[in-house]
Every structure is written in structure tokens, then in C-alpha cells.
Design a protein around this ligand. Structure first.
Ligand code: TMP
Length: 212
């Protein structure tokens, strides 16, 4: 059996990934693609437990490197338990966030540095990188306004300062420069329907290209 495709959705908070992901997942399924939808941090029981520790607003004492290691630990468990088995079964794995989030948030937002975050994540994931990444492009102010308007519960990272989110955007720019061959950029400031269509088109053309 041929290996499936690993596709990640990336972008800052409030860029609309969580709204678009289930819509695109349903479109792919309707058209006969064998696809699963998952997310980070989380996706499997152990990683969801780590997620609740990381995002708990009470955990104000958490050290930045502890946070980075917890994200990497959750990622490894998710990869081993869910992503790799699904890819081995030939499925498309559509995953909200992966290593690029750690590079942007912990590498830049927490200012640990791109190289150190890359090193711990290389240990966690070895060479299991996404085949395609869709980047939801939005400016940080619009992203944060969206979160504050739409969410009832704000987690520990949402509640960081605008400066933190500006650094995260800088981090994503570095990610876009470093991994440009694997990343397609989508303008996420448009309507849900427009963004959904763009994301679907990007995924479909990538899958069709791979198949031919
Ligand atoms: P979510 O809101 O997309 O579910 O993600 C939860 C938060 O975790 C979000 O603020 C981004 C952050 N995050 C990191 O800081 N590093 C990571 O590696 C991942 C996967 C998420």
C-alpha cells in the first residue's frame, strides 16, 4: 500500500483553522478521499491530557522550556499513536498545527530560539515532516480581535500580550522562509466560504499531483 499524505494547517490564533478544518474535512470525505482530521496539541488521550496542562490558565508558573518540551512530548505521542498508523494505512491525515507552531510560538513567541526548538522537535519527530502545509495568513490584531469576539473561554496562550502574538507572526515568517517548498499561503482574512474553497483547492491539487 502506498503511504498516505500528511497535511497540516498552520497559522496564528484567530486565523480560522478550527472553523475551516471540519468543513474541508467534510468536502474531502464527500469526494471520496480517505481522510482523518486531528489536532495538536492533542489528538490522542495522553496528548489531550498534556494539552489541558499546557493551556490551563491557572498554570502561570510554567517555564517556557517546560512548555516547549510538553508540546514536543504531546506531538511525539500523537505521531506514534495516530498519525504514522494512519499514513501507513494510506490515509490523508489533516492535522491542525504541528512542528511549525512550536517554531513560531516557543521559538519566537517565548524567545527560546528557532534552532533549539528545532533540535528538541527533531528528537520527537525524527524525519516525519508534513508533505504539505496550508498557512492561514492573517495579521495579529485581526486574529486576536476574532478570538476575543468569538470565544467564551480564553486559554493561557490566547491571553498573552499583543507583543507575544507579534513575535509569533515573526516566527511564522521565518517558518515560511525556511520551508517554502512545502507551504501554501491562503489569505485567511476573507469569508469562511472563500477560505474553505482555497484550502480545499490547494489540498485537492496537491493530492491529484501526487497521484499522477
Ligand atoms: P489551538 O488554539 O490551535 O487549539 O492551539 C492551542 C494553543 O497552543 C495556541 O495558542 C497555539 C499554541 N501552540 C503552541 O504554542 N505550540 C505548539 O507547538 C502548538 C501545537 C500549539
Amino acid at each position: 500500500m502506498t503511504r498516505g499524505l500528511f497535511i497540516t494547517l498552520e497559522g496564528p490564533d484567530g486565523s480560522g483553522k478550527s472553523t475551516i478544518a471540519p468543513l474541508v474535512f467534510a468536502m474531502l470525505k464527500d469526494r471520496g478521499y480517505d481522510v482523518i482530521l486531528t489536532r495538536e496539541p492533542g489528538g490522542v488521550k495522553i496528548a489531550e491530557a498534556i494539552r489541558s496542562i499546557i493551556l490551563d490558565p491557572q498554570n502561570t508558573a510554567m517555564d517556557a522550556k517546560t512548555e516547549a518540551l510538553l508540546y514536543a512530548a504531546a506531538r511525539r505521542q500523537h505521531l506514534i499513536e495516530k498519525i504514522i498508523p494512519a499514513l501507513n494505512e494510506g490515509k490523508i491525515v489533516l492535522c491542525e498545527r504541528f512542528v511549525d507552531s512550536s517554531l513560531a510560538y516557543q521559538g519566537y513567541g517565548r524567545q527560546i530560539g528557532f534552532d533549539d526548538i528545532w533540535t528538541i522537535n527533531k528528537f520527537a519527530i525524527a524525519d516525519h515532516m508534513p508533505d504539505l502545509t496550508i498557512y492561514f495568513d492573517i495579521d495579529e490584531k485581526t486574529g486576536l480581535e476574532r478570538i476575543r469576539k468569538n470565544r467564551t473561554a480564553i486559554d493561557r496562550l490566547d491571553s498573552e500580550s499583543l507583543h507575544f502574538h507579534t513575535l509569533v507572526h515573526e516566527g511564522y515568517k521565518e517558518v515560511l522562509r525556511t520551508f517554502k517548498e512545502r507551504i501554501r499561503i491562503v489569505d485567511a482574512s476573507r469569508s469562511v466560504d472563500e477560505v474553505k474553497e482555497s484550502v480545499f483547492d490547494a489540498i485537492r491539487s496537491f493530492c491529484d499531483q501526487r497521484r499522477s
